[in-house]
Design a protein around this ligand. Structure first.
Ligand code: ADP
Ligand code: TRP
Length: 322
């Protein structure tokens, strides 16, 4: 059996958080030993929500350091910045001709973003086509994502099938990989954790900010001597870091009168800092050696481009571009 190609991306629209980690990055790292792994920083996608030059530059660099520090290894995998492989926009244009306006109009993420105040421009509207291009350009077999991306993946499959029906088996139709246990990591306010909702617990950066976010996790108003509700963000977030036995222990403590939320929050904070301590140290090293990071970006660009160039050539030939 040939090695599967696994691909995913993350937008550099803010600080990477534990929702990104448990929803997608942790599984990517797990796949790294046994697969042909492709991971990129989706900075073209971030243009839909960011229009500040300095911020986009800084976030792109930082997010690249973050995914390296979390364990994506450029010597084993292909790790790059989306805009460094511009073939992706060329393929997106071609694919847009196989994408119905109706399908784009049904995009729940487009509607959500408009409701949250993002400008309804064409970049935002055709966001899923660029995402399909990311995936199809590299003949991805499997795409690990959080549940919020499910519809985008279904659209990608739809576009690839339509294209292949017209021109033969040129594109690989990808499988979606969503982990049932961490498909939607909850934020400190019990909504989905997301950079755009200001409800994240970041992995890197200022320790005090991380502590403040943990202390701000909402809890119920049960009194000290009442049993506590486990269907609340503090319990759900802490459980991400615990094995099954420890989750059962925590449940027991929630059922026992006398539990103080402040104690649980302090434990969770210490647990997070311990869990990510090696990664935080590695992240500082990358951050303080920007030249080595730029070299790794270049390496990723070369590796990704060699695959992309071949796909673009095959696609163009298949549709009649001389
Ligand atoms: P954000 O919503 O914070 O901007 P991204 O859109 O960049 O995050 O997501 C990068 C990856 O992390 C995607 O695969 C996405 O599905 C996953 N992800 C983001 N937030 C969560 C979450 N709260 N729970 C599970 N997965 C998530
Ligand atoms: N849209 C994804 C998100 O917001 C990021 C992304 C862009 C992506 N292109 C991708 C994820 C291709 C997987 C595959 O999370």
């Amino acid at each position: 059996m040939s090695t599967k190609r696994i691909l995913s991306g993350v937008q550099p629209s803010g600080l990477l958080h534990i929702g990104n980690y448990f929803g997608m990055i942790k599984r990517m790292i797990h796949f790294q030993e046994s697969s042909d792994l492709f991971c990129f920083i989706a900075n073209y996608h971030s243009l839909t929500s960011l229009s500040n030059k300095e911020e986009l530059e800084k976030n792109t660099f930082t997010s690249f350091c973050d995914i390296l520090a979390l364990g994506l290894d450029p010597s084993k995998s292909t790790v790059w910045v989306q805009s460094h492989v511009s073939e992706v926009t060329e393929l997106a244009w071609i694919l847009s001709n196989f994408t119905s306006v109706g399908m784009m109009e049904r995009s729940t993420s487009y509607k959500d973003k408009i409701n949250k105040g993002l400008k309804p421009n064409m970049g935002l509207f055709s966001y899923p086509i660029l995402m399909a291009s990311d995936i199809l350009l590299f003949h991805s077999d499997i795409v690990p994502v959080g549940k919020d991306q499910k519809q985008h993946l279904e659209m990608t499959r739809d576009i690839a099938i339509k294209f292949n029906n017209a021109f033969g088996d040129v594109l690989t139709v990808p499988e979606i990989d969503i982990d049932e246990n961490t498909d939607i990591v909850t934020g400190i306010d019990d909504q989905k954790m997301s950079k755009s909702y200001n409800n994240t617990i970041p992995i890197f950066g200022d320790e005090k900010y991380i502590k403040d976010q943990v202390m701000n996790i909402i809890t119920d108003s049960a009194g000290l001597n009442e049993p506590k509700d486990i269907n609340t963000p503090l319990f759900k977030i802490y459980s991400l870091f615990l094995d099954q036995n420890k989750v059962e222990e925590l449940k027991e403590r929630y059922n026992t009168p006398g539990l103080k939320y402040m104690d649980v929050k302090n434990e969770l904070f210490n647990c997070i800092m311990e869990y990510f301590s090696d990664q935080r140290a590695r992240r500082d090293e990358y951050f303080n050696n920007p030249d080595s990071v730029y070299d790794l970006m270049k390496l990723g660009q070369e590796k990704a481009k060699s695959v992309a160039a071949q796909t673009i050539e095959d696609v163009k030939k298949s549709i009649g571009m001389l």
